[in-house]
Design a protein around this ligand. Sequence first.
Ligand code: NDP
Ligand code: MN
Length: 949
Amino acid sequence: MKILRVDMNKLEVHYENLPEEWKLVGGRGLIAKIMNKEVPPTADPLGPENKLIIAGGPLAGTLAPQLGRISVGGKSPLTLGIKEANAGGPAAQDLDRLGIRAIIVEGMPPKDKLFGLKISKDGVSFIPMDEYKGMKNYKLNQELRKKYGDKISTASIGVVGEKKYKSAAVSFSDMLGDPSRNAARGGLGAVMASKGLKAIIIDSSGASSVDISDKEKFRETVRSWIDTLNKDVTCWLFRQFGTPLAVSTNSYQGTMPWQNYTSGRPLGFQKVSGEAIKKLNLERGGKMHGCMPGCVIQCSILYHNADGTPLCSAQEYEAVGLLGTNLGITDPDAIGRLKYICDDLGIDLIEIGSALGVAADGGKMRMGDVEGAIGLLAEVEKGSEFGKVLGDGVVSTAKALRIGRIPAFKGQGIPAHDGRAAKGIGVTYATSPMGADHTAGLTYRMPLQKTGQAANSLRFQVAASTCDTFGYCLNAVPGGQASLYSFLADLLSARYGMNVTAEDVLKIAKETIKEERKFNEGAGFDKIWERYPSFYRTEPLPPMNSVFDVEDAEIESIWDKLDGFKEPKQIWEMRFDPMPPLLFGPGVIRQLGERAKQLKMKKALLIADPIMGKLGNTDEVRGILEKSSIASVVFSDVEPDPPVEEIEKIAKLYQDEHCDGLIAMGGGSSMDAGKAAAIKVSQSGPLAEYEAAMGGGGKIKAPLPPLICIPSTSGTGSEVNSYAVITDQERAKKLLIISKMIIPNLAVIDPNITRTMPKGLTAETGVDALAHCIEGYVSKNTPFHPYYSGLAVAGVKLIGNSLRKAYHNGDDLNARMDMCMAAIDGGIAFSKGLGLGHAIGHALGAQYHISHGKALAVSLLCFVRTNKEVCKNEFWDLALALDRSEDLESALMRLYQDLNLPTRLRDLGITEEGIKALAFEVGKDAANLAGNPAPLNDRRILEILKEFY
Ligand code: NDP
Ligand code: MN
């Protein structure tokens, strides 16, 4: 393996052997080592002493996935410390195939001369590039491709680089040939310009594939890792929505910038959410793709104009955050235009987005004014007085405008993750040798906690250093059991015929940080810059209204723990949610009064289905309560799939009447209304704030009023679990809340109350319970949980024995008891996770207002068909439990026939044209789809819906 040294003084190149002790080191790690060896830390970043280093990882050219990130490094003109920025694209893979681990560019050519460097298997040559002076990236790329063919990959600078502005990026071509992958941060494009380099052209055609010492082991390691990535929930989400997936979650967390970092929840963020962008883009024929060959995530968005032509490559979260919401812009097309301009100019969109936000603060543009932003970017391109100020970044802009509130750490603009509402990230910005760089250690663990953040940040800084040093993609780090360190160790061992351990990998990653810190110490990095901007301490960030309050002593101590840091043990944590006490059996309702008294209820709000009133159940319950001297008020208008507004009404009644406890009697709708009302009367935020997908469960704080659930259907299992499903009419979707806090304090399960269910309702709710058991049994959200699995099989068995009986004779009390029990089993078993069935069921419910159970009948068939290969053995277990047969799908068909249930979507009144829209809605149910055993994509979802049309 070689290092290619490029001398821009003499216009000479030569190869050196990569030192043996650096054999396993690449990317950011190699940059740090070379910088310490060859560049004085006090060097002028744009002077002859500084070097531009481009390095791939030690596994780049192999066929292993996600390992082809390319790093660019040097001393940063922006932070005045060491800087590494990396990008996707095929460049690193090409270099590895050519036997090159790193390129070191040094010296300076005669003034104002521009050169290109062409690297191929036949040699390296300099190309005079004066003719390309002032050319922007897209045009340049076209020209170079015309001249050197489509097989090349390129690294280039645009006009911002040529002007040596401190926000200049080094732009790499992606797989489509667009110069959209930027090693953007820290102004390394200016360093490249200072070396007189306009472009590097890499042509690996004819190069042989890389040597792998133990091919068999290598292949096996890769195979199992791909399997891990395919099963990983986060990776799956990135594949579905790309990085804009984070728009909703971060807005709910309160960390996404709005109008110059004045709020963490942009107004109208829904318009630029991952879902919204995906929907638009699909309609226009845009697509998802990988940024480098072999990528199994494919999270990069090729975004299209309304007329179907490409607008920009790589519409990413940071673009949405900095070029969009931070400027008050919530139009995806406008953001796409700005992103294209930035790529074309070769400018770091985070730095310029941050600077534009400050410029707006200083009156140079209006917030939300797209044309204003475009105008200012044109100033940067022209190099006008203020254009230069902007091009030099956020600190320069703030100073020129005499603005004291500077959103930067270490001279660098803050990315779209506000460290005031995710304090571990704040610690990363304050301590990383990279400055305000979200890729240096992004953590959303315990976001608002004041202490423990140094350790939190450290863990993710080491992980980031590992990714960057080995060229691995940060968006492909799986959670759960999988260890990235072991994976890399196994691959390195297999490629180089060595015995590398996970500890070795960790050690190399730690060395990277140490080397960088050493360089920065010499550069006076910590002396030049404040630790953090002072407004981070003093200006609360809405809507969390938190400040960055991690103590200085804790921040300072972070590196003391680096040597001792070990990869956190990956233990499978098996959780058992608490169960409410269950009163179970005919007549138990009579004990309600005494038990409510034990829960200290004096005045209860009784929430019930209308039918409960008609049947006299409401009066009966009130009488029972009265005997125990408990007063009661009734709300008996619960509509199926209760909307948020109804919960608000219930909560108001509760407060107006000074109630002190909740009793919910009815189907899942009433019980969930009771749970949601318990939240509403005890917490301050809107219900949407507590949505599970947005990390809302953790925000629910004790005490909640006591809650008793009395199920009148046998389906949801809501009476025993921690879930509540509410309808958000505004968004036409179901809002799921999950929290231990809403597990009822008591479940009173009296099968007598379920006897009045008509046939249809009995069948539908029974199928809901069945779907909970079947989907829960195989869901991969929790691949292993013997307790939940056991309950799932037990539930299926009870349903097999008794659902037909309960259907045909509603007064069969034994059958009703079994079904009550099965609902409980299902209600707990689905804590293990669900799958495609409930994704379809919820989409049907929200879009077409079909009852949950009815919708699930067809949905469950879709689920079983989709997963029948992957879950062959498990479905065998379940078919046996259901009716002692072997094939689950046909067992279900028999059951449905007897229960007169629909088996096709058309039976539910869905039109054929409606299928596509339905498929899109299904595709948005990330949580349920992620648990589905067989891998899914949009095409497969559409296919299966068509099969069952
Ligand atoms: P609902 O609670 O929506 O009830 C449906 C209808 O059944 C009611 O409208 C009511 O009629 C009627 N009904 C209820 N009990 C009786 C009875 N004993 N005799 C006669 N009629 C009766 O149905 P589900 O129980 O299926 O609950 C579905 C809801 O629960 C959905 O919103 C779903 O999303 C949610 N859910 C919650 C889960 C959880 O774990 N929390 C799990 C799964 C689903 P009327 O209107 O005339 O009063
Ligand atoms: Mn359900």
